[in-house]
Ligand binder design. Structure first.
Ligand code: MFK
Length: 567
């Protein structure tokens, strides 16, 4: 019998070890608030590495099951979840993971405080962060638009800290006709006294065990397209826990997020109530999307951080070619690249959270509100994509062990992959960036001014070259946006992802430099300055070629399957 074995990575306290989060909070939080929340975050960091992680592993090992019928043949459509999944729900309520966003104990900083806690919770939650995201989005929507006492009561449930009162919400937007294009939604709403009844099929419903959902449906006779859709509030179960005029057709067999119940649902007269008046449902549900896309960015950076924490710890334990991986320059260089990516993405994601907090409290300047609209899709699409890249790199950093299921490591990659898909794919959100620019022609100039303000406040000699590169790239961004805005729609669309990446990289570059400057007296100063310089030294603006020749080449490369051997 061989004595061969490897030493697994160990997860330390996920707050104490996180130089980025801690340095960020030092500059973002009012000192009295930081003194109050830091001991709590330290405790949460310990639970993330132990208690919550064990629950998440149990929930993953006991995925949800659909029981369509009871033993006597009655249709029950019950989704059974792991006791660990339900424990994660109770923890979410008690910790106020949604509630804190609405209690607003720290004014506009409350959102940052809440998202810092979610950042610790998310990678040890078996994706319980998904129901929380949708619940938070629904809470904001109902806070703004609740039409009656029923909807106001639902709002109170969503923001409760009492596990017996706490509700989660689904956000049911996806039908068979298309995930991204909701304009073809075919669910019909028929009036039935003071309420409506919905008839249709929802193709993806995540967290289907929730007590309520927000969804889109077309009132009978309403116009086609997305403007004819209305936003509806549904209570999903009766007092006995049975679905209300609704069938759960099947649970989805997904690549990842396996503890999370995601189902196909048939609405067969489900009672529903209009939210915010009839029509313009997409515009109304966009309030939910702003929140859930913020959560997605947070979950992306939290997943990156977890992957790096494991890979970094393992690098000190695993010996290969006579020395630990941490003494192999190429391995260290790879880990450093991952950390730089995380640093930029982290600051971008939390910047959006800051803007959200200011906007909700009515303390945002006009510029803040405009930047929130622009940067929400940018942060979601960029961090979601990089989360997959970093998870893939982390899995590789473990060699063959990273590919073996019972190490738990493949889950890092499987769970990351959804982050660039749900809540709007990379391409759909790249087009949403242009929706934001079309609605606000000067917003890229505003972003450029914002970048310059960040850099003006960060006059460190050792960051001057980096700052000058970012300033130059911001100027270029403005010119490119004008060229694309004035050019052919097909050019603009084809370049939309590269353009969105450029916005993300320039913005994150400025945030990194500003953060490194603000943190210059902390022991972590060198680390942050290195990250800022490396980020700014990379390509900030990808090639943005457009034009007929470019399209023709893209068609040849992307679509032509047959390469004739004989011309
Ligand atoms: C851990 C993290 C977990 C996160 C939770 C995951 C849970 C998973 C649940 C889901 O995945 S739910 C499905 C998510 N689906 C999407 O995100 C849909 C993606 N598709 C889009 O975002 C499309 O761009 C969109 C559906 C919005 C296109 O719809 P339309 O109707 O063709 O767009 P249109 O006509 O441009 O916009 C309609 C209105 O909405 C306009 O307002 P007006 O009526 O005043 O003109 C737009 O300005 C407004 N709008 C659209 N997107 C907006 C927005 N407003 C603000 N922000 C936006 N992003």
């Amino acid at each position: 019998m061989s004595g061969f074995h490897q030493t697994p990575p160990v997860l330390a306290n996920q707050y104490r070890d996180d130089v980025l989060l801690r340095s960020y909070l030092r500059s973002a939080a009012p000192p009295a608030v930081l003194a109050e929340i830091e001991p709590e975050l330290l405790a949460l960091g310990g639970r993330a590495a132990a208690e919550w992680l064990a629950l998440a592993e149990q929930a993953e090992a006991e995925p949800p099951r659909l029981r369509s019928y009871d033993a006597w043949g009655s249709r029950i459509d019950r989704i059974e979840t792991s006791s660990a999944w339900r424990a994660l729900e109770r923890i979410s309520a008690v910790e106020g993971l949604v509630a804190r966003g609405y209690e607003r104990a720290y004014g506009p900083f409350s959102r940052v405080d809440q998202f810092a806690r979610l950042y610790l919770f998310s990678p040890s939650s078996a994706t319980y962060s998904c129901p929380l995201a949708m619940s938070d989005g629904a809470a904001r929507c109902l806070e703004l638009l609740a039409a009656d006492e029923r909807q106001r009561a639902a709002y109170r449930h969503l923001i409760s800290r009492d596990p017996a009162e706490f509700w989660t919400a689904g956000q049911w937007m996806t039908e068979r006709t298309g995930g991204s294009d909701v304009s073809g939604t075919s669910t019909i709403a028929k009036r039935d006294g003071a309420q409506h009844r919905l008839f249709g099929t929802k193709w993806f419903t995540s967290a289907t065990t929730s007590q309520m959902a927000l969804t889109l449906a077309r009132l009978e006779g309403a116009e086609a397209g997305s403007r004819g859709l209305s936003l509806f509030y549904l209570e999903l179960r009766d007092e006995a826990g049975r679905p209300r005029d609704m069938r759960v057709l099947r649970l989805k067999d997904k690549l990842g997020t396996r503890a999370l119940p995601t189902a196909e649902v048939e609405l067969d007269g489900t009672p529903a109530w209009v939210v915010g008046g009839e029509g313009h449902g997409v515009r109304k549900i966009a309030t939910v999307l702003t929140i859930t896309r913020g959560y997605n960015a947070m979950a992306s950076v939290a997943g990156m951080r977890r992957a790096i924490a494991l890979a970094r710890d393992y690098a000190r334990r695993r010996v290969a070619f006579g020395r630990p991986l941490s003494e192999h320059p190429l391995h260290v260089d790879t880990l450093a690249g991952m950390q730089v990516e995380l640093a930029g993405c982290f600051l971008l994601a939390f910047h959006v959270v800051e803007l959200l907090g200011l906007t909700e409290l009515g303390e945002a300047s006009d510029a803040d509100a405009r930047l929130l609209r622009l940067l929400t899709p940018v942060a979601k699409l960029y961090t979601g994509k990089q989360a997959v890249a970093v998870a893939s790199e982390a899995v590789e950093a473990f060699g063959g062990a990273g590919y073996i299921e019972d190490t738990g490591l493949p889950r890092l990659l499987r769970d990351a992959q959804v982050l660039s898909i749900w809540e709007g794919t990379t391409n759909v959100l790249s087009l949403d960036v242009w929706r934001a620019i079309d609605a606000d022609a000067g917003v890229i100039d505003e972003l450029c001014a914002h970048v310059n303000r960040q850099l003006d406040a960060a006059q460190s000699e050792d960051l001057a070259d980096a700052a000058s590169r970012v300033r130059g790239a911001a100027r270029e961004l403005v010119q490119i946006s004008r060229r694309l805005a004035d050019g052919a729609p097909a050019d603009r669309e084809a370049a939309a992802r590269r353009f969105a990446f450029a916005i993300a990289r320039v913005t994150a570059g400025a945030l990194l430099i500003a953060h490194a400057h603000r943190s210059r007296s902390l022991p972590v100063a060198a680390h942050l300055a290195d990250a800022a310089r490396r980020w700014s030294g990379r390509e900030l603006i990808p090639a943005l070629d457009t034009g007929d020749a470019h399209h023709a080449a893209s068609k040849r490369l992307g679509l032509d399957a047959d390469w004739p051997l004989v011309p």
